[in-house]
Design a protein around this ligand. Structure first.
Ligand code: AMP
Ligand code: MG
Length: 319
């Protein structure tokens, strides 16, 4: 495995049907030519991703992204104009040229124009779009640095395009359309209030059906470390060989392992640091990671709460 910022090398590998890890503003992705079903199947085998889990396709511009959609609802166009390039995925009916491996047999396709300079330069030099889910083993914490990718997939992939740490750190907001109306399939950095400003109403959140969720980000346990996690409700003592993920706090706790998401309690910093903090606690061989509740009144923490609920495997009792 090699790591660097050589776009020509990434391009050559992708053109040869190989996979390459790429930076985005949300998390690192494991990319392959979205029009080549053999290349796409490598993504599934490297990640151990189940074949029911469709991939997001990344393009250099909204024109190039929409070239793969069979229909374009007005609201999708308006959302793309407002938020692309950016952390928003639109799920639209697909054209048949997109192989069914990409969409796990679904008639719909997740499309996104990412906002990361190095990845955009790469996409501009390619004459195909890139299918790219997060560059981690299925179910584990998403990677937000090239080192996170190297840690887990380094031995299985030929190249990591290193674009520095991800600036957002949580996966994209996913919006689908039901009878022409926008619905949120996965919350993210772009919030329902931001979307409402563009389309004139607040989109509903589609809660996850029990089986075969349309977005695996909807699985009740996902994005999780290997160490058992539990919500820390109320005051309580941290046991031997247990650690804590604090939301905020300026004092250094003593006597146990910990990470603080944002010393001053800022949501964007907490989101950016979440996966790195979880990884670092997960490496310490702890028996348990306690998670401090996110305080009320600090702004819209829906996406952060969503990822933490899935990492812990359940919602806090008090929510
Ligand atoms: P990841 O990049 O690993 O976070 O995964 C991409 C997410 O986008 C997954 O949760 C996918 O299920 C979701 N996704 C991709 N395509 C579709 C689609 N056609 N319908 C619903 N969700 C999708
Ligand atoms: Mg993922």
């Amino acid at each position: 495995m090699l790591c660097g910022n050589d776009i020509a090398k990434a391009k050559a590998l992708l053109e040869a049907g190989d996979v390459v890890a790429v930076p985005t503003e949300t998390v690192y992705g494991l990319a392959a030519n979205a029009l080549n079903s053999k290349a796409v199947s490598k993504i599934f085998s490297v990640k151990g991703r189940p074949d029911f889990d469709p991939l997001i396709v990344h393009a250099a511009s909204k024109e190039e992204a929409f070239a793969w959609a069979k229909e374009l609802p007005n609201e999708a166009l308006a959302l793309a104009e407002a938020f692309w390039p950016g952390p928003l995925t639109l799920v639209l009916l697909k054209k048949s040229v997109i192989p069914s491996e990409v969409t796990s047999g679904l008639e719909t396709l997740g499309l996104r124009v990412p906002n990361h300079a190095l990845l955009r330069s790469l996409l501009q030099t390619l004459d195909f779009p890139l299918a790219a889910p997060s560059a981690n083993p299925f179910g584990y914490i998403s990677p937000t640095t090239a080192a996170h990718v190297a840690d887990q997939l380094g031995a299985r992939i030929p190249y990591i395009l290193d674009g520095g740490p991800c600036t957002i750190g949580l996966e994209s907001t996913i919006v689908g359309f039901e009878s022409g109306k926008a619905v949120i399939l996965r919350p993210g950095h772009i919030q329902k209030e931001d979307i409402a400003q563009v389309i004139g109403y607040t989109p509903k959140r589609r809660e996850s059906p029990a089986e075969r969720p349309p977005a695996p980000g909807m699985l009740s346990s996902h994005y999780s470390p290997k160490t058992p996690m539990e919500w820390m409700e109320g005051k309580h003592l941290v046991g031997n060989n247990e650690g804590v993920l604090y939301f905020s706090g300026r004092q250094k706790p003593e006597g146990h392992a910990y990470e603080i998401l944002s010393e001053q309690g800022h949501l964007t910093e907490a989101a950016r640091r979440l996966y790195g903090c979880l990884r670092s606690l997960d490496k310490q061989g702890l028996k348990k990671i306690w998670v401090e509740l996110i305080p009320e009144g600090i702004g819209n923490a829906e996406a952060l709460k969503d990822r933490l609920n899935r990492a812990v495997g359940k919602q806090p009792l008090s929510s």
